[in-house]
Design a protein around this ligand. Structure first.
Ligand SMILES: N[C@@H](CCC(=O)N[C@@H](CS)C(=O)NCC(=O)O)C(=O)O
Length: 338
């Protein structure tokens, strides 16, 4: 083929690729609902309740994006994915956003064609085991059999930590979450290792006698969990990023699902800009002026979502800790809307 033909073909492919990638917002609007990648069922973050309705902190992120884009938090479909399947599902376009307790790492953010759109839960990897085994600290894990799930960052993190601390262990690596947890509950391994949030979920929802188990005090890594989108669609990246930001900002400004209508009538300039009474935040995102109002009214602010899903209003009872606002000793620092 002549050089100019190759060049033309390359240009065409580049343009077509760019166009195909740059349209997630249009695709979602046309479809009429959001395809949201979640876990196969992990309490507190994304799991169906006894009526089959999905609930959780990550599900609330799916709902927030649906509310912002389509005006209705229920216009989303949860697509259950195990750890191994999640990035392929996002890369291939099967899902519009991945909201599935996924740790942000440099490799994931650069090498997979995906990119994170914020952090909705700061976590760290830990260990869960039977109290009766008498181990009080992770340093006592030498010789232990440790259950893990395939395709998680937990596998490498544990291997690195064990090497650095001269700890020998036998990994039992299982692909499906249910099977991994059942293997642990049945005593096929001494310890389960994953994010502390995952350990709290397993302890609260999957073990007959939660009080027989302890989570060891050490966390061996940083696991900043957040939603991911495909690279190359900045408009969509912004929509997901600012939907999460709106929930955090609402908490900071004292706006919640109960008082948002009062605030929408009359409030401070910062709240007016958030709720669409002034400024053009919605227009700048390609959304309705009341995009954030819909999120707060239908889903709530970050504190409401945190407490009902993983905090004091849930069986997990996780403290806000690092997930408190920056003004209350945590790491959550919502960027300003102006
Ligand atoms: N944050 C880690 C771990 C995430 C993860 O997949 N954890 C497991 C164990 S709690 C999980 O959520 N499994 C649920 C499933 O596969 O449905 C990562 O991003 O690799």
């Amino acid at each position: 083929m002549k050089l100019w033909k190759l060049w033309l073909a390359g240009l065409w492919l580049g343009l077509a690729g760019g166009v195909a990638q740059a349209q997630t917002l249009d695709v979602v609007k046309q479809r009429g609902y959001l395809q949201c990648g979640v876990t196969t069922g992990f309490a507190g973050f994304s799991a169906p309740d006894d009526k089959g309705h999905w609930r959780g902190l990550d599900i609330d992120l799916c709902r927030a994006v649906a509310a912002a884009v389509l005006g209705d938090a229920e216009k989303y479909k949860a697509v259950p994915l195990n750890a191994q399947q999640r990035f392929t599902a996002l890369q291939s376009g099967e899902i519009d956003v991945l909201a599935r307790n996924t740790s942000v790492t440099q490799q994931r953010d650069t090498a997979l064609g995906v990119i994170h759109a914020g952090i909705n839960f700061y976590d760290g990897q830990g260990f869960l085991m039977l109290k009766a085994l008498g181990v009080k600290s992770a340093k006592g894990l030498d010789g232990a059999t440790i259950c893990l799930q395939t395709g998680t960052s937990n596998e490498n993190t544990l291997a690195d930590w064990a090497r650095a601390n001269n700890i020998r262990y036998k990994p039992v690596v299982i692909e499906q979450y249910n099977e991994a947890v059942s293997a642990f509950a049945a005593g096929r391994c001494d310890v389960f290792s994953t994010d502390a949030s995952g350990l709290a979920a397993i302890r609260a929802s999957r073990l007959g006698n939660p009080d027989d188990y302890i989570v060891l005090p050490e966390l061996i890594s940083k696991e900043p969990l957040g939603p991911f989108v495909r690279q190359g669609d900045d408009a969509w990246l912004n929509i997901v990023k600012w939907s999460l930001m709106a929930m955090l900002l609402a908490e900071e400004l004292g706006v919640d699902s109960g008082n948002v209508d009062t605030h929408a009538q009359q409030s401070t300039p910062a709240i007016q800009r958030l709720l669409g009474g002034s400024g053009n935040a919605g227009e700048n995102l390609g959304l309705d002026a009341r995009w954030a109002y819909q999120i707060i009214k239908q889903v709530g602010n970050y504190a409401e979502s945190f407490e009902r899903n993983v905090g004091q209003g849930s069986p997990l009872k996780i403290e806000r800790g690092l997930n408190a606002l920056w003004s209350q000793g945590g790491l959550m620092y919502p960027l300003p809307i102006r």
